[in-house]
Design a protein around this ligand. Structure first.
Ligand SMILES: Nc1ncnc2c1ncn2[C@@H]1O[C@H](COP(=O)(O)OP(=O)(O)OP(=O)(O)O)[C@@H](O)[C@H]1O
Length: 606
């Protein structure tokens, strides 16, 4: 399940075929291209011209059969040929203008939609990303949007032309022979009924198809980015089997839709042939009894095709519309998700801070994990280093998340220099906080791009100075491309220690007043450790710092050490004070440094 996430196809009810919701989908898509109204007008005019020309050609046939042939009018024949060819040329020309104009309107709409979607995804908060799977979100931005692209760029032109042609032809036929036309039109309700019966089922299976594409893409994203894990556990076969299972769901869902279409299309064809039989039999009857000319029956046959084509196309377009409606719902699900963490109305800019942080009576929990922090009170002075220690899952990282507003407190408050973090803009808050995390986030690109990520306007001198302070300049310049060296996806071409120093350089360049340091658990070799520790000391200098500590050796000089257990503060003080208190911290310290017995040391100190 996906508790609280945007609904995924398997669990969401399948909405019924609803012309109003489809109309609103189209309106919304086309309203994205309001600025292209000239193109839209060109498309509509061309499509109208196409319909009119299609209407004129059978009239020429009728004229030849009823008037030219009986009168042996040889002189009219070149004109007839010219008329048909001229109409065909114009048909091609208007068809070309209509398709290209409509395609550019459609493509522009999709361009806007995809960007809008991506921009919206960027505004959504961490809890949204906790609830939703990356691969699923990726498939919404890619394959679902592609589906809509197909709808607006190719199917819409067909639909508009068809509706126009259908109306014009039906009116003309009623005027010429209303009885025959009514008999013909009587087959249409059967067709519409069949279409409606099939549409719900087709739509539901398309939704399964889309969802299975999302599952495949989710699995791909997960396993390809975790390929090291797979290799280290030799689970290639296991993952291949899991992938095959997901692909199979996709294949079966696709086959189901194909089967449905395979029944649907011949059914529609049968109804079309019924129409042909009606025109042929009743038309012949009328000709024999002298009420209709042969030319009119021939024209009727041509118009029958024009009348049936829209309905036959409609079944194909219906597929696209159904798929698009399912895709559109998945896109709208995201667009309509409101971030829980967002700027409040009238939120002010956080002015440059001193760095006094106060957590007051903070309660917090995650979705599905409601009790993480309880009545937490914590104060950090400007320029002070506060270290959080405690067993795994005690809430250390969570405390840091509340400061950056990755999540908002349930009750109580977090403030910086007296400003509640919820009252200032998220951007102005995060600009003044640096995050150096144990799982180092680097993007594919050059070393320079990564160091400048938090301050893209930094000069070359500033970048080099930050790298030098982070003990990174040396190894960077040893690369043949120096700062222009590509680091690979997530920095795979760098060692663990190099990645850490790049991330410290990045934080130094951003130069925030507040630093959150999520300490590495992994031990590095002594030299690398020394270089990193030195870089970190420079980073922490003169800044308020919250250290999520895993190794107690590095926090001995912290201004205050806070010991957490199950989201509550158990004790706090300096290293020496806590050792003297001989409580939880002393126990943890003893565990990490068994050779060091705090009680003995205390006796020795005394
Ligand atoms: N995004 C999340 N959604 C739901 N529960 C979460 C989430 N993140 C953390 N938790 C839960 O909240 C509790 C506190 O987690 P937190 O990451 O703050 O612990 P920690 O003290 O930093 O642990 P560690 O030392 O192992 O990193 C844990 O029980 C964890 O399972």
């Amino acid at each position: 399940m996906n508790p609280g996430g945007i609904p995924s196809g398997r669990h969401a009810p399948i909405p019924k075929f609803n012309p109003r919701s489809i109309a609103s989908m189209l309106l919304r898509l086309f309203s994205l291209t309001r600025s292209n109204w000239r193109l839209l007008i060109a498309a509509v005019i061309s499509m109208t011209a196409v319909s009119l020309l299609e209407f004129v050609i059978p009239q020429l046939t009728r004229y030849v059969i009823d008037h030219v042939i009986p009168a042996d009018n040889y002189a009219a024949l070149p004109w007839v040929a010219g008329g048909i060819l001229g109409a065909a040329l114009l048909l091609g020309l208007f068809g070309y203008i209509g398709s290209t104009a409509m395609a550019s309107v459609g493509q522009k709409a999709i361009y806007e939609l995809r960007n809008m979607l991506y921009r919206h995804l960027q505004t959504l908060d961490m809890s949204f990303y906790d609830r939703n799977r990356t691969g699923d979100l990726m498939s919404r931005v890619t394959s679902d949007v592609n589906m809509l692209q197909q709808l607006v760029s190719s199917s819409m032109i067909q639909l508009f032309t068809d509706i126009f042609t259908f109306t014009a032809v039906a009116i003309y036929m009623l005027w010429i022979d209303w009885q025959l036309t009514l008999m013909l039109l009587a087959t249409f309700p059967i067709m519409i009924y069949t279409t409606r019966r099939f549409s719900t089922r087709i739509r539901s299976s398309f939704r399964t198809v889309q969802q299975s594409v999302a599952d495949v893409s989710d699995h791909l994203q997960d396993t390809l980015s975790g390929i090291r894990l797979i290799k280290s556990f030799s689970t290639e076969d296991y993952e291949s089997d899991r992938f095959a299972d997901r692909s199979r769901v996709n294949m079966e869902a696709n086959l189901k839709t194909v089967r449905l279409r395979a029944i649907y299309e011949p059914t529609i064809d049968f109804i079309n042939f019924l129409g042909l039989a009606i025109v042929l039999v009743l038309g012949a009857w009328q000709v024999m009894s002298g009420r209709l000319t042969i030319g009119s029956v021939v024209a009727f046959m041509a118009y029958l095709r024009l009348l049936q084509n829209p309905v036959r196309h409609f079944s194909r377009i219906l597929n696209t519309v159904q798929q698009s409606a399912a895709a559109y719902e998945r896109v709208v699900d995201i667009l309509e998700t409101k971030p829980e963490v967002a700027d409040r109305d009238g939120a002010s800019q956080l002015p440059p801070i001193q760095g006094r942080v106060v957590y007051q009576d903070v309660d917090f929990g995650y979705t599905g994990h409601p009790d993480v922090l309880h009545q937490l009170n914590l104060e950090m002075g400007p320029g002070q280093v506060t270290a959080l220690v405690g067993s795994s899952g005690s809430g250390k990282t969570t405390i840091a998340h509340l400061l950056t507003r990755f999540y908002d407190v349930r009750s109580g408050s977090v403030s910086i220099d007296g400003f509640d973090v919820r009252d200032v803009t998220v951007q102005s808050l995060r600009q003044q906080i640096g995050l150096v995390s144990q799982d180092i986030m680097l993007f594919n690109g050059t070393i320079r791009d990564n160091i400048r990520y938090g301050r893209q306007d930094a000069t070359e001198e500033e970048t080099i100075a930050a790298s030098a302070a982070a003990n990174a300049h040396g190894f960077i310049t040893a690369f043949p491309d120096g700062y222009d060296a590509e680091i690979g996806e997530r920095g795979v071409k760098l060692s663990g220690g190099q990645k850490q120093r790049i991330s410290i350089a990045r934080a130094l360049l951003k130069n925030p007043r507040l630093i959150i340091l999520d300490e590495a658990t992994a031990a590095l070799d002594t030299e690398s450790e020394h270089l990193i520790q030195e870089a970190l000391n420079r980073l922490l200098q003169g800044r308020t710092c919250l250290v999520i500590a895993h190794r107690l050796s590095t926090i001995r000089h912290a201004d205050q050490i806070v010991v957490l257990e199950e989201g509550r503060i158990l004790e706090r003080g300096t290293h020496d004070e806590l050792l003297k208190a001989n409580g939880r911290y002393a126990r943890l310290y003893e565990l990490q440094f068994p050779q060091h017995n705090p009680i003995e040391q205390e006796a020795g100190d005394g």
